[in-house]
Write a protein of this length. Structure first.
Ligand code: EPZ
Length: 424
């Protein structure tokens, strides 16, 4: 079981280039199945979820080749429409392969991904989208899901909630359908935008991404392309939260400034100074961040983009655990995403959770402790709190953190923190 040791209570000082975005690259990799050419991805984060996705692509017949952080995927050999059950257990996002498998093969077989520590996470909206496009969908008592169709037919799909994954799956199925599909109530996340931009580069006919209404005119075939994965806004926000909790001055290069406006607004409310880093041609190339005082108390709700991202809710809990005063954090996306509060309490945090709201009584100082990661972003939040805490913290069960952060110890070390893997 992998563990991390952290010596806290010292301000951060340093600069990193942020990794490529996990939540952008996973649906883009799934899109490889839709074409029989070569897709080349650069700036790919080498993380467990990506390695698992590559394994699934190879199991359905793709050929994948790594070269550093670049990955090429040859989609010519796709011949199987079944996703191995053990892979589904390792990575919930395996559900994203259903749309492209339906588009390419007219059939897709996978398994209910099941819940995790942040909620039940059903896939009903995904399956409803496939049915709207003409597919027949079955689920058996063991949780096996099968969908099949002769030819996908464009239709209107309405999402009562802007599900990111269901929007991506609907897009991945609709691009090769015959006729026009309108997704009403679509997710507006940057990850949906980057997927649409890549699909358009491959020959798809899509417009409206970034709004709640996306229109897709089906095409006969798609071809390969080359795409650079955008910087990971959640990983960048995690490191800014660490600096907000521990204090200091950090620069996060390639953090997507334009997609982090709500987070920047909140960090400024906490008392941080946040400025863009400019690259050549005046484009924003990162974020510079200073925190010279204890954070101020705030009230905050998570919500779908462009609201405050649910994936930064746990790191924000860590920050507010040190705030001057009482803060309130409401989780409005997932129904059970406060498990990390129990671990933060072991470090002295005064958090009380009632339903979807946490009340956090900020304290001057947190103390190092032995704590456990229960999910990806919760584990990263414990690291942020540990960097602000006096003494040593050991985080257990860090396999969760490795799913989404390329090397959190490497990054925090470059930002001036003392953090090392005890066991990987
Ligand atoms: C994506 O998950 C992200 N994962 C999550 O990041 C992120 O928290 C989430 O979007 C919200 O932004 C990836 O992109 C790989 P949803 P996804 O469908 O698509 C309910 C991380 O830490 N729902 O937008 O699974 C669901 O239960 C991960 O990187 C249904 O009811 O999220 C939840 O309450 C964690 N039926 C809400 O919608 C469905 O069919 C949002 O889920 C689908 C979702």
């Amino acid at each position: 079981m992998s563990e991390i040791l952290i010596q806290g209570y010292r301000p951060l000082e340093g600069e990193i280039k942020i990794q490529g975005s996990k939540n952008s690259v996973l649906p883009m990799l799934a899109a490889s199945i839709l074409q029989q050419g070569i897709l080349k991805f650069t700036n790919v984060p080498i993380i467990q979820d990506v390695l698992c996705m590559v394994g699934i692509l190879e199991s359905v017949g793709c050929c994948c080749q790594w070269e550093g952080n670049s990955l090429t995927v040859d989609g010519a050999g796709v011949c199987c429409a079944e996703i191995p059950q053990e892979d589904v257990g390792k990575m919930r996002s395996s559900i994203l392969l259903m749309g492209p498998l339906l588009g390419r093969c007219g059939r897709a077989v996978t398994w209910q991904p099941g819940g995790c520590s942040i909620g039940s996470r059903p896939v009903d909206l995904h399956l409803r989208a496939f049915s709207r496009l003409g597919a027949e969908v079955w689920e058996d008592r063991e949780g096996k899901i099968e969908a099949s169709v002769n030819e996908l037919q464009g239709n209107t799909i309405f999402f009562p909630f802007p599900s990111v994954g269901a929007t991506e799956n609907a897009l991945l199925a609709a691009v090769l359908a015959s006729g026009t599909t309108v997704i009403q109530g679509a997710a507006r996340e940057p990850e949906v935008i980057s997927l649409c931009q890549m699909l358009r580069q491959m020959g798809a006919d899509i417009f409206g991404e970034g709004s709640e209404r996306i229109i897709i005119r089906g095409v006969k075939e798609l071809s390969g392309t080359t795409v650079a994965v955008v910087g990971d806004r959640i990983a960048a926000g995690t490191y800014l939260a660490a600096a907000a909790a521990a204090g200091g001055h950090v620069r996060i290069l390639e953090a997507p400034w334009e997609f982090m406006q709500r987070e920047i607004q909140i960090f400024r409310q906490l008392g941080a100074r946040v400025e863009p880093v400019y690259g050549d041609g005046g484009r924003t190339a990162g974020i510079e961040f200073w925190m010279e005082r204890r954070p101020g108390a705030i009230s905050l709700s998570t919500s779908p983009y462009p609201g405050f991202p649910t994936d930064l809710q746990s790191p924000m809990l860590a920050v507010l655990s040190r705030a001057e005063g009482v803060s309130y954090l409401r989780e409005k996306v997932f129904e059970a995403r406060f498990k990390t509060a129990e671990e933060l309490q072991k470090m002295g945090a005064q958090i009380s959770v009632s339903g979807s709201q946490a009340e956090i009584r900020g304290c001057e100082r947190l103390s190092g402790a032995v704590v456990k990661a229960w999910d990806l972003r919760g584990g990263a939040a414990l690291a942020a709190a540990a960097l602000a805490a006096k003494g040593e913290t050991k985080i257990e069960n860090c396999i969760h953190i490795e799913r989404g952060y390329e090397d959190i110890c490497r990054d925090i070390h470059l930002l001036g923190g003392k953090m090392e893997w005890v066991r990987k």
